[in-house]
Write a protein that binds this ligand. Structure first.
Ligand code: NAD
Ligand code: GLY
Length: 348
């Protein structure tokens, strides 16, 4: 079992345990289990065996249910279960259940303990770690949320065995993003690019992903600056995702990386073109084909809502630059639109 500890500048700590079978090693007493319907169907027995007396509630699965209705239904169930300040909520599921459950735990009685047990590759390499919680609101992704670190995160590779290939691709999106922040992870992915669909290989990289994210979160848990690098590729990803919700988050991230590697070549002096082409190649292998996307005009309209933007007339981007290096850049909306159009014509 591997252990990663995050202590933030505000001295909040989160302990992350990674390994096969760590779900059964959860030490905390669970007062309530929150999951989704798919995970309950697959792992209901495993959950009941581990926590025989804890009430369980499953939200309907999927991003379209990451809403205020689901949040308030969960809070209602937590109240019915008479949770108290000292209670612990355990979230078992992907990034949707983890983000929503983390928010409910942070809100209930102004905050109760939350333990995350992520079950998708995306949630294991990214969303369960670092304390971002949220729901989507009025069509905007993650508009309502709070930073609230989970007390513990138990990352059990055994959950990944039932993941459909598309969900593996979603986790790969955030893994490729992390590789743009770490020369070591980039080299590992590039040298093993024929294994990007191989679950054994990818689950062996979970700890590396978490170390990369933890190093950033330790220094900037509240996204005052540096943490924006964890949104590499995400400005363009969210811009498309907001308009059409056909793909999953991780797939949009891969598309965002394809665009933003090209934007980096055009805007950052000294950017390493050969490396950026390799990064694009990784994103292409992971995606497997280019889906239809909304128009650049629609995407730029939605980019105006991006939480990272520093001013009303510019879009903020965290761009890949050289191996293990990124750069922040702001572009006027007109310039961003022109680039999305031009790059979109020769994206694949
Ligand atoms: P998800 O939670 O919707 O899970 C994807 C699908 O897989 C769902 O249908 C789910 O029921 C199913 N599933 C879950 N575990 C399974 C298993 N072991 N076997 C088979 N099926 C399983 O989506 P996701 O990709 O895990 O997470 C995406 C969400 O994460 C987005 O809402 C995104 O905004 C959020 N996110 C948050 C952060 C953060 O830092 N908080 C970071 C990245 C992404
Ligand atoms: N996934 C982006 C972040 O945690 O900051």
């Amino acid at each position: 079992m591997n252990r990663v500890l995050i202590e933030t500048e505000e001295k909040r700590t989160s302990e992350i345990l990674v390994g096969r079978g760590v779900f059964s090693a959860i030490e905390e007493h669970a007062d309530f289990i929150f999951t989704d319907t798919n995970v309950l169907a697959l792992y209901g027995e495993k959950i009941a065996k581990k926590f025989p007396s804890a009430p369980v509630w499953a939200m309907p699965a999927g991003e379209k249910h990451k809403t205020e209705e689901t949040l308030f239904r969960l809070l209602e169930k937590m109240k019915e279960a008479e949770l108290r300040r000292g209670s612990t909520l355990v979230c078992v599921g992907g990034g949707v259940a983890g983000d929503l459950g983390g928010l409910a735990a942070a809100l209930y009685m102004r905050g109760i303990a939350c333990v995350q047990a992520p079950t998708t590759l995306l949630a294991q390499v990214d969303s369960s770690v670092g304390g971002k919680t949220a729901i989507d609101f009025r069509g905007i992704k993650n508009l309502i949320g709070i930073f609230s670190e989970p007390k513990k995160v138990y990352i059990d590779g055994d959950f990944l065995k039932t993941l459909p290939p598309r969900e593996i691709r979603c986790g790969l999106g955030e893994t490729v993003k992390h590789s743009a922040l770490s020369e070591k992870l980039f080299t590992l992915l590039w040298d093993n690019r024929s294994r990007l669909g191989d679950l054994e290989f990818l689950s062996g990289l979970v700890c590396e992903n978490i170390e990369i994210k933890a190093n950033v979160v330790r220094r900037d848990a509240r996204e005052g600056g540096e943490r924006k690098c964890l949104n590499l590729g995400h400005t363009t990803a969210h811009a498309f995702e907001l308009v059409d919700k056909k793909l999953s988050h991780g797939e949009y991230v891969l598309i965002g990386i394809l665009y933003e590697a090209e934007i980096a070549k055009r805007t950052l002096r000294g950017a390493d073109g050969e490396y950026l082409d390799r990064l694009k190649e990784l994103a292409k292998i992971a995606l497997g084909g280019l889906p239809d996307l909304p128009s650049a005009e629609e995407a730029v309209r939605s980019a105006r809502f991006d939480k990272k933007n520093l001013s009303d007339d510019k879009v903020f981007l965290a761009l890949p630059f050289k191996r293990g290096e990124y750069a922040f850049e702001e572009l006027g909306y007109g310039e961003y639109l022109a680039m999305l159009k031009e790059i979109g014509e020769r994206l694949w």
